[in-house]
Unconditional design. Structure first.
Length: 444
């Protein structure tokens, strides 16, 4: 049985940047579903390679299709996009969008496995004729069906936490039998936050549908958007075809408070050192300020020291060392009882937000809308910034600063946020949340 791949999006969207598509764009009556183009061996190889994004992709391509249609050998599921096994015979297959009516594929097939390039939610419509007679029709409908969501283990903590509200909303909207596959380090925390969602420890492809959650750029057909131009929380929402989300889940700690005195948590590390707060001795100034207010200051990073991009970031000397390979659930308990958290655009900031711990976020390399909203975001708007969300450059590349690498302005977005700016955000938070710093209680 041969494999054949087809696109829901115009194939020219994927080919741009690889070939000059202007001749195709200017061809009168050009049909992007035309078999002479889409079935060409070079195009088929290109589409195949584009789909191999997850470790499980090759397995998903080859895994048996279990969805029976009532016609021997004709099987259908949505476990790696649309997957359709067509047996030998004269079968004319039409694939379209059930909502818009847009036709993606129309060909006569025999002894073929047909697979869509797109893996995100589309309300597929499948119509099949055999020898001219309509023999099968199906519209994707998740209600009551087993559906698996896979969270990419390569995603950072913050990315994965940003997906969770969409996962909960997806289950309630579609009323499906939902299961999720999560990285091991997240499972206990997610079980606490969303106890009704079933977790699985292994991946198989015998469900009705499977969707893959990760951070994607526009040339990867797992999401209809580019993470550079889309808020993190919206990425999973778009993959799963959701218009709205449910209310925020409420975290209930699994352990009582163990530190009696009021304390503040800080996180000075991120997935890349270039994301750190790079003002010289900035953390030391802020930690000293917090201690003068009477707070204990706990550094809760995984590691006390990180080096990258020619930069070393260490736990501030004045902060208590609560670093280490501690579970996410334990970190969540600690953040839940903290007065507030000060950190970066990092997984710990997303964890604090998930447990309703107020967040002071020091971040200039991304746009304000990229992360969750906090009124205590600290950014210097008088210098260069936001390159993380610029589709023209790659912030994650080996070059630390896409705009000014090797110049005096390198990473000025993170270097020119002053301690005074951070302290002003802390002071606003203390007033807004009606906190009482221990050292000020005698003056109340």
């Amino acid at each position: 049985m041969r494999e054949l791949f087809f696109c829901a999006r115009d194939i020219r969207d994927y080919l741009k940047g690889l070939i000059d598509t202007r001749e195709l764009d200017n061809t009168p009556g050009f049909d992007p579903t035309f078999p002479a183009l889409t079935n060409a061996p070079a195009i088929q190889k290109f589409l195949h390679d584009m789909m191999i994004f997850f470790p499980q992709c090759e397995e998903a391509l080859k895994a048996p299709i279990c969805g029976e249609t009532g016609i021997e050998g004709l099987r259908l599921d949505f476990n790696f996009g649309l997957r359709l096994d067509v047996p030998e015979g004269n079968f004319h297959v039409t694939i379209s969008d059930a909502d818009s009516g847009q036709i993606f594929f129309k060909q006569t097939l025999s002894d073929t496995r047909l697979i869509s390039v797109e893996k995100y939610f589309i309300r597929w419509q499948i119509d099949i004729r055999r020898d001219g007679e309509k023999v099968f029709s199906h519209t994707l409908d998740l209600e009551g069906q087993p559906v698996l969501l896979i969270v990419d283990s390569r995603c950072g903590l913050g990315d994965s936490l940003a997906f969770l509200p969409s996962i909960a909303a997806f289950e309630s909207r579609n009323r499906c039998e939902l299961s999720i596959f999560l990285p091991k380090y997240l499972r206990d925390f997610v079980a606490r936050l969303y106890p009704a969602i079933r977790q699985v420890n292994a991946i198989d492809f015998d469900n009705y549908a499977t969707y893959f959650l990760s951070m994607y750029t526009s040339n990867v057909p797992f999401c209809p958007a580019d993470h550079k131009t889309t808020p993190l929380k919206l990425m999973a929402q778009l993959v799963l075809g959701l218009d709205t989300l449910n209310g925020k889940a409420t975290f209930k700690p699994t352990a009582p408070r163990v530190i009696r005195e009021p304390y503040v948590c800080i996180g000075v590390q991120a997935s890349l050192t270039r994301k750190g707060w790079l003002y010289p001795d900035g953390w030391a100034v802020v930690v000293d300020y917090l201690k003068r207010l009477g707070y204990r200051v706990l550094c809760i990073d995984r590691r006390a020291r990180e080096t990258g991009d020619g930069i070393t970031i260490r736990k501030p000397n004045g902060a208590e060392n609560f670093t280490g390979d501690i579970s996410i659930l334990e970190r969540a308990n600690m953040l839940y009882h903290a007065e507030f958290f000060i950190g970066l655009s990092s997984g710990l900031a997303w964890l604090a937000e998930a447990v309703d711990c107020p967040v002071v976020m020091i971040c200039g390399f991304s746009k304000d809308w990229n992360e969750f909203h906090t009124p205590y975001r600290v950014v210097n708007r008088l210098v260069c910034g936001g390159c993380f969300n610029d589709v023209r450059v790659n912030f994650m590349d080996k070059t630390p600063c896409p705009y000014h690498n090797g110049t005096a302005r390198e990473l000025e977005c993170q270097k020119k946020i002053s301690p005074r700016m951070v302290i002003e955000a802390i002071e606003r938070l203390i007033v807004d949340k009606k906190l009482e710093p221990p050292a000020l209680k005698n003056f109340a």
